[in-house]
Design a binder for this molecule. Structure first.
Ligand SMILES: Cc1cc2nc3c(=O)[nH]c(=O)nc-3n(C[C@H](O)[C@H](O)[C@H](O)COP(=O)(O)OP(=O)(O)OC[C@H]3O[C@@H](n4cnc5c(N)ncnc54)[C@H](O)[C@@H]3O)c2cc1C
Length: 553
C-alpha cells in the first residue's frame, strides 16, 4: 500500500519514509517502497521529475553513457518498450523518459513538487525524523532517504562584478525552460568542463561571436553520436540480461564493454597507437578501458594523454589555440572525461575565440564585458558552465540534525564521512543514495542508483520483518570504510587532479577524494556481504515504544 493520502499536508502526517528528490534515484526509491507496502512521500523542489534532466536544459546537453545503458533496468517491460533515438539521447528525450516512467508506474500521486526539504531533525525519544518543507509544513517519518543528487547544486562562480552585468546570465545547471536563442548575440561561456564542452559547439552555431573562457583544459573524446537503428536497439534488447549483469557485477564503472587484459606498456608503439585510434574512432567513454593500468601508472597514462593531445593538435588549426586546449596539468581520466561533438573543431570557426583565464584570471565583469589582463571581451550574454558543488552540495543545504543535535554539516566539516556511502554515524535511519564513499559519480549512475535503492529497500524489509526500529552506522565501521576509500583512491592517479571528485572546484571545501574507486562490482559484493551478515557494521535496535511500520499488503 502507498502513503495515506488523507494524512498528506496535515501537521501530524506520518510516513514510513520521506524521500528527498525526484530524479532517477528518488523515483525508483518511491517505486520500490510502494511495491513493498511502505508509506512514502517524495519532496522535489523542481516542478517535475527527472532531476538532472529537469534542470540541465542547456544547448547540447545529453548523456555521455550510451542511452541503451543509461536507463533503468528494473523493469524488463520498460527497457523493451522504450525507443532511444540516438546513441546518446539529448536532454529533452531523457526528460521525456523520466516523465514516461513517472506515468507508467503512477508515481506522481506520492510526489510533492515545488517543495524544498529545508530541515530534518531526529527525535531520540521517538526515533522519528521531523521533516520541514518550504511550504511551512512538518511531517514525521521513520526513515529519510536523501536522493538529492550528486550534481544538483549549481555552483555560481565568485567573480567580481557579475551582478553588474547588464545582459542575460545563464547557468548550465539551471537553464530556463523557455528556448534560449543566441542568434546574432555575442556570447561568453565561462567554464570548459563537461557542460561547457557540450554547449560550446551548439552555441557557436548561433552566436555572432563566442568567447570561451578556459581555466582548465580538459580531455575530451568524440562521442560519435548517431541515430540508433532498430537493429541496434534490438541487439541490445535481446542481450539485456547479460549486458545488465555485466554492468552490475563485472564492470568497474557500470558500463558494458570489453575488459582490458593488458597494460599500455605491454604493447609496442604501433600496436598501442592503433588501439587508441580504434577507440577514438569508436568514440565514447570506453576510450579509457583500452588498457587496464591507465588509471594506475603515470607512464601508461601518459601514452593515452599524449595520444589525445596529439589529436587536439591535429584538429585545431591555430597552434597557439591548440596548445591552450591541450590538457597538461592532470592525468587523463583523473577528472571526469568529457565526450564531445566537434568541440575542438569549433575553435577553427572564425566566430570563436579562446581566452586563457588560468594564466590571467578574470579581473572583473563589467556591464557589458568580461575583463581579462586589462582587455574587455564584450558580450551580450554570459553562460556559466561552472559545474556543481558535487556530491555533498545539496545535502549540505538541508539543515540535518541527528543525535545530540549534531548537524550533518558539523560532522562533515572536514569532509564527508559515511559507512558504505549509505549512512553516517550519529544520523540513524537516514540514507543517502549514491553518497560520498560509494562508486557514484565514477560509474554509470543508474547502475549505482538501482543498487543503492535495492539495498535500502531490502534493508527496510529486514527491519520490518525483525521488528527493528533504528539503524545506524557504527563509528568504527565508518572509520574503517573512510580509511579504505582513501587508501584505494591513493593507489590510483585520481587524487593528482584538482577535480570536483576532490571538492577542488569549490573554494574552502575540504580536499578529500569522495567517491569509492574500488569499482561497482566489488562494491556491490561488499554491500551484499554486509547485508548477508545481518548488516554488519550497522547498529540496529528496537525502540521502547515503536511506531509500527505499515505492514506488507
Ligand atoms: C549535464 C549532466 C549530464 C550527465 N550525464 C550523465 C551520464 O551520461 N551518465 C551518468 O551516469 N551520469 C550522468 N550525469 C549524472 C546524473 O546526475 C545522474 O546520472 C543522475 O541523473 C542522478 O540522479 P539522482 O536522482 O541521483 O539526482 P538528480 O537527478 O540530481 O536529482 C536530485 C533531485 O533532488 C532535488 N533536490 C535536491 N535537494 C532538494 C531538497 N532539499 N528538497 C527537495 N528537492 C531537492 C533536486 O531538485 C533534483 O531534482 C550527468 C549529470 C549532468 C549534470
Amino acid at each position: 500500500m502507498s502513503a495515506p493520502p488523507s494524512a498528506f499536508g496535515s501537521p501530524a502526517a506520518h510516513y514510513d519514509v520521506v524521500v528527498v528528490g525526484a530524479g532517477f534515484a528518488g523515483m525508483y526509491m518511491l517505486h520500490r517502497l510502494r511495491g513493498l507496502g511502505f508509506s512514502a512521500r517524495v519532496y522535489e523542489q523542481g516542478s517535475g521529475v527527472g532531476g538532472t534532466w529537469y534542470w540541465n536544459r542547456y544547448p547540447g546537453a545529453r548523456c555521455d553513457v550510451e542511452s541503451m545503458q543509461y536507463s533503468y533496468s528494473f523493469s524488463d517491460e520498460l527497457q523493451q518498450e522504450w525507443d532511444w533515438s540516438e546513441r546518446y539521447a539529448p536532454q529533452p528525450e531523457i526528460l521525456k523518459y523520466a516523465n514516461h516512467v513517472a506515468d507508467r508506474f503512477n508515481l506522481r500521486p506520492d510526489i510533492q513538487f515545488d517543495t524544498r526539504v529545508e530541515r530534518a531533525v531526529f527525535d531520540e525519544a521517538t526515533s522519528l525524523w521531523s521533516v520541514s518543507t518550504s511550504d511551512g509544513k512538518t511531517v514525521s517519518a521513520k526513515f529519510v532517504v536523501l536522493a538529492t543528487g550528486c550534481l544538483s547544486n549549481a555552483r555560481m562562480p565568485d567573480i567580481k562584478g557579475l551582478d553588474r552585468f547588464k545582459g542575460r546570465v545563464y547557468h548550465t545547471g539551471h537553464w530556463p525552460h523557455e528556448a534560449v536563442d543566441f542568434t546574432g548575440q555575442r556570447v561568453g561561456v565561462i567554464g570548459t568542463g563537461s557542460s561547457g564542452i557540450q554547449s560550446v559547439p551548439v552555441i557557436a552555431e548561433q552566436a555572432s561571436h563566442l568567447t570561451v573562457f578556459q581555466r582548465t583544459a580538459n580531455f575530451s573524446i568524440p562521442a560519435r553520436n548517431a541515430a540508433l537503428t532498430e537493429a541496434e536497439r534490438q541487439k541490445f534488447r535481446a542481450n539485456y540480461p547479460e549486458i545488465r549483469r555485466f554492468a552490475r557485477e563485472t564492470a568497474r564503472n557500470g558500463i558494458y564493454t570489453e575488459l582490458p587484459d593488458r597494460g599500455a606498456l605491454d604493447d609496442g608503439d604501433n600496436e598501442r597507437r592503433s588501439k587508441y585510434e580504434a577507440r577514438w574512432n569508436r568514440g565514447g567513454l570506453t576510450f579509457m578501458s583500452v588498457y587496464n593500468n591507465l588509471a594506475l601508472e603515470q607512464a601508461a597514462n601518459d601514452t593515452s594523454a599524449d595520444f589525445v593531445r596529439g589529436k587536439i593538435a591535429e584538429i585545431v588549426n591555430d597552434p597557439e589555440t591548440a596548445t591552450l586546449l591541450q590538457p597538461n596539468n592532470h592525468p587523463i581520466g583523473s577528472k571526469r572525461i568529457c565526450i564531445d561533438t566537434d568541440y575542438f573543431a569549433t575553435f577553427n570557426r572564425p566566430n570563436v575565440t579562446l581566452v586563457d583565464i588560468k594564466s590571467n584570471p578574470i579581473e572583473e565583469i563589467t556591464e557589458n564585458a568580461v575583463r581579462v589582463a586589462g582587455k574587455d571581451y564584450e558580450v551580450d550574454a554570459l553562460v556559466l558552465a561552472t559545474g556543481f558543488d558535487a556530491m555533498t552540495g545539496s545535502v549540505a543545504k538541508i539543515d540535518i540534525r541527528g543525535r545530540d543535535g549534531q548537524t550533518l554539516n558539523q560532522k562533515w566539516s572536514a569532509g564527508p564521512r559515511t559507512y558504505l556511502g549509505l549512512m553516517s554515524s550519529g544520523f540513524p535511519n537516514l540514507f543517502v543514495i549514491t553518497g560520498p564513499g560509494s562508486p557514484s559519480v565514477l560509474s554509470n549512475m543508474i547502475v549505482s542508483i538501482e543498487q543503492h535503492v535495492d539495498w535500502i529497500a531490502d534493508c527496510l524489509v529486514y527491519m520490518r520483518d525483525n521488528g527493528l526500529d533504528t539503524m545506524e552506522a557504527a563509528t568504527d565501521a565508518e572509520d574503517r570504510w573512510v580509511a579504505h576509500v582513501n587508501e584505494v583512491a591513493y593507489t590510483t592517479l585520481y587524487p593528482q587532479a584538482n577535480s570536483w571528485y576532490m571538492g577542488a572546484n569549490v573554494p574552502g571545501k575540504p580536499r578529500i577524494f569522495m567517491p569509492y574507486i574500488g569499482g561497482v562490482g566489488v562494491y556491490r559484493q561488499i554491500c551484499n556481504d554486509v547485508a548477508a551478515k545481518g548488516y554488519e557494521g550497522f547498529i540496529m535496535e528496537r525502540a521502547e515504544s515503536p511506531r509500527k511500520m505499515v505492514a506488507s499488503s
